[in-house]
Design a protein around this ligand. Sequence first.
Ligand code: DQA
Length: 144
Amino acid sequence: MKFMIINGPNLNLLGIREKNIYGTKSFDDVIDYIEKEGKALGHELTFFQSNIEGEIINKIHETYFNGYDGIIINPAAYTHYSIAIYDALKAVDIKTVEVHLSNVHSREEMRHKSVTAAACIGQISGFGEYGYVMAMNALENSLK
Ligand code: DQA
């Protein structure tokens, strides 16, 4: 299946930012891991990372015009307040799984609410980069 994997702001600094929360693996290492796992599962993956809300929205729109089967998105901080990303996911109506590396529910209260998860088939939180593999399996299962 053809999946778009979108990562939001500050995730490009994995391996540098708050290592006690996000671990020591670099962003590139995490992407390599997801790519390898995706290939083993037989999926075609496209990766996109941006620190800019509008670029993420444009990429979500592209998935509609380019025949993607599903989206895996870690909207990072936008999770907690971007109605525009929620609207974009609703607009394209492509099955989406929201992933968070950390367990957002065990962190500050401001991270407990996701405005974007309501546009997704589900949310995976707290399993590190393995969450993206779980998301691929969840999408495949819900698409067949
Ligand atoms: C995050 C959790 C968000 O609250 C935070 O703003 C991030 C990363 C995660 O993957 O755990 O940047 O989405």
